[in-house]
Ligand binder design. Structure first.
Ligand SMILES: Nc1ncnc2c1ncn2[C@@H]1O[C@H](COP(=O)(O)OP(=O)(O)OP(=O)(O)O)[C@@H](O)[C@H]1O
Length: 690
């Protein structure tokens, strides 16, 4: 079952070094609980002088002051990640921070961390003399847990790699191959892995110490051979944890639970600003200048010498570190926005570091980032950038899932374990009483008194036979009765750490064990392949389930849209029907009005014809008759008026002509007599004279 887990972030301040103390470099950050604050007396001043807006408080899962030990840091941050690895959870612990802030000290302890490189002064801190780092503390814990857990067989192995200027080196490889670069590959289902990286069995803490020592010595050797600064590379110490819990009830057919996980301990190279680079370069350049002043001829020689090369190398390293850390920040920043843009592309492929950390960042791993910083004013900007990085990283969610497999055919494994146990008993019996040893022969119980050589021979035969039965599948395929015993992948599960670690076994046992180990690795690969195939199928199934889910959602949406549209259509239809009804109603009313008007017209026409013909007047009501009477009188009056008007107009016309004539007669009076005047005019004239 998978679950989401936020990346855990812890902040750790280192104590001031001698130089900082002597220079009285003030501490501007302080810690309270899981929060670090900018001291109030500094916040205003810094904001004004740096012209930047600064968040005054940063909260993380844990905040550790400079007094806290590696052991305490381990207990609170990494222990649960380490423990979970035995349940099959991948885990990653990353140390991030500016150069000289204590990343290596945290991961490797005081032995690993160099003395303060730039200042060449050590810390006045008693713990720094012999503090164990998180890697050792984690493996001590793991080995203890493995030892105390009797129901599980566990197998631990490790690799140690370095990324320097984007090239990958195997720190546990053979010394003559240490400068060979390794290639990173990607396989579907597995992700990115380093081809040819050596893997080494861990049986005890001294194995780990030896391997780390070898890694560090290879690192220094490579640093000298390739002229690079060992602290200016990223290192990853990887621990592969395989556990098998076996159901041993009466050696019955039971179920094996196998868990596999990978623990990454990452010590990143420190980021630095240009001024710090300059600070480191200056002494080198001063040396060049000093020599120049003494001997000009030496100048060209020195310029092309190792000093010049050191400066170039130093700048080049810085460039690569900053670029790969920039890509790391980019990945972190994109992942932190996943809740806003779930399909956002995460640029893991930009650098080797992000490729290798792709499982740990946003993938299947419990991840813990320990941000190391310095609380002094001189490191203010770099600390601020580390604090911001931690703040963003803390919001990232990984989807973790235990890598657990179950296998039902464990009888072979059980019988193998039983035989190993018997062999071990016999061996210890032989060690304790070298002269009297009892060895059981194959299938038949027999007591054989024998010397050391014989016993070794018998044991060797026995181991050979068991190894053959277990690991040589081809041989077993030819033997029908043995075939039934064969359990695919069983070899992967069988690693008896005590057996592998025993110094008492002779060379032939080692050869058999080597053979078994090789076979086991082959089968491990085969099982991995099958596992990847299953994971691919699971992914496809997930993809199909997602597609189905998406399709169902799309269908639901379409259905909703079509339902809304149908609803709208229905309402439009209803509105249309209503409008049609209203129109029909109006048409009806209009029709009725027209009809009634027609009736009225007809009635009037009828009346008119009655009036015109004077027939049927008796049928009319009194009111109608009265109305008609009025109409007639009015008409009569009108006729009279018109006639009078006409007559009057004529009179006026004649009067006008008379007036014209009389005015002419006045000029000549004898020509007009009174009787020639019209009567109306005569009356008028009389009225006027009266
Ligand atoms: N918590 C601590 N207590 C005591 N000493 C410390 C602590 N942290 C760091 N130091 C000392 O500080 C110095 C620098 O630390 P360290 O080498 O771990 O830094 P770094 O971050 O790994 O640097 P770089 O990025 O350059 O590799 C070392 O001398 C180391 O011993």
């Amino acid at each position: 079952m998978q679950r989401s887990e936020n990346i855990q972030v812890a902040l750790r301040f280192r104590p001031l070094n001698v130089r900082e103390s002597t220079k009285k470099d003030p501490e501007v950050w302080e810690i309270s609980g899981d929060t670090t604050y900018l001291k109030p007396s500094w916040s205003e001043r810094l904001m004004d002088s740096r012209k930047i807006s600064i968040s005054k408080a940063y909260t993380y899962n844990h905040c550790f002051s400079s007094q806290v030990s590696n052991e305490q840091v381990y207990q609170q941050t990494s222990r649960k990640v380490v423990e979970a690895s035995l349940q099959g959870y991948n885990g990653t612990i990353i140390a991030y921070g500016q150069t000289g802030s204590g990343k290596t000290y945290t991961m490797m302890g005081s032995d690993g961390a160099e003395l303060d490189k730039f200042y060449d002064k050590s810390f006045d801190n008693s713990e720094s003399v012999k503090a164990k780092g998180i890697i050792i503390l984690a493996l001590e814990d793991l080995l203890k847990l493995v030892d105390s857990n009797k129901s599980k067989s566990c197998y631990l192995s490790c690799s140690y790699l370095e990324i320097y200027n984007e090239q990958i080196y195997d720190l546990l490889g053979e010394k003559d191959k240490i400068t060979d670069t390794l290639i990173m590959q990607e396989e579907k289902g597995i992700g990115f892995y380093v081809r040819g990286l050596t893997e080494h069995v861990i049986n005890s803490i001294s194995d780990v110490e030896k391997l780390i020592k070898k890694g560090e010595s290879n690192r220094h050797y490579a640093a000298t051979a390739m002229n690079h600064h060992s602290s200016r590379s990223h290192t990853i110490f990887r621990v592969y944890v395989t556990s098998v819990s076996i159901n041993t009830i009466a050696y019955d057919i039971g179920e094996n639970i196998t868990t596999e996980s990978l623990l990454n301990f990452v010590d990143l190279a420190g980021s630095e600003r240009v001024s710090s680079l300059q600070e480191a370069i200056n002494p080198l350049e001063t040396a060049v200048r000093f020599r120049v002043s003494r001997s000009p001829r030496e100048t060209s020689k020195i310029r092309s010498s190792s000093t010049r090369r050191s400066i170039d190398t130093f700048v080049n390293e810085g460039k690569h570190i900053n670029v790969s850390l920039f890509y790391l920040c980019q990945v972190i920043s994109k992942l932190s926005q996943k809740h806003i843009i779930p399909d956002a592309h995460i640029p893991y492929r930009n650098s080797g570091l992000t490729k290798l950390l792709s499982t740990s960042l946003g993938g299947n791993a419990l991840t813990c980032i320990i941000c190391t910083a310095t609380s002094t004013l001189s490191q203010f900007e770099l600390t601020l950038s580390t604090l911001r990085f931690g703040g963003i990283a803390g919001s990232i969610q990984n989807v973790v899932k235990a890598n657990v497999h179950s296998d039902k055919t464990n009888e072979l494994l059980l019988s193998y374990q039983k035989d190993i146990e018997e062999l071990r008993l016999k061996l210890s019996a032989y060690e304790n009483e070298p002269r009297v040893v009892v060895v059981e022969n194959e299938g038949v119980d027999a007591t054989i008194g024998t010397d050391e050589c014989d016993i070794r021979k018998i044991l060797e035969e026995r181991i050979k036979m068991l190894t053959g039965v277990l690991f040589n599948k081809r041989k077993i395929d030819d033997e029908p009765q043995a075939k039934e015993l064969w359990s695919e992948g069983a070899g992967d599960l069988i690693v008896d750490t005590k057996l592998v670690g025993s110094k008492k076994l002779n060379d032939s046992l080692n050869t058999s064990a080597d053979f078994a180990l090789i076979r086991m690795k082959e089968m491990h690969k085969e099982k991995d392949k099958q596992q990847h195939y299953i994971e691919e199928l699971e992914q496809k199934l997930q993809y199909l389930t997602d597609s189905k889910h998406n399709l169902t959602n799309d269908l639901k949406k379409s259905l909703q849209i079509s339902q809304t549209e149908t609803g709208k259509k229905l309402s439009y239809k209803q509105q249309l029907y209503k409008a049609q009804d209203q129109l029909a109603e109006k048409q009806k009313i209009l029709q009725q009005t027209l009809e009634s008007k027609d009736k009225e017209i007809k009635l009037l026409q009828d009346r008119l014809s009655l009036v015109e013909n004077f027939v049927g007047l008796e049928k009319l009501s009194d009111t109608d008759l009265e109305f008609m009477e009025r109409l007639y009188y009015q008409g009569l009056d009108m006729v009279k008026n018109v006639r009078f008007q006409k007559k009057y107009v004529k009179e006026i016309e004649s009067l006008k002509s008379i007036i014209d004539k009389s005015s002419k007669n006045q000029e000549n009076p004898s020509k007009t007599s009174e009787k020639d005047q019209p009567s109306i005019l005569r009356g008028s004239i009389l009225q006027i004279s009266n």
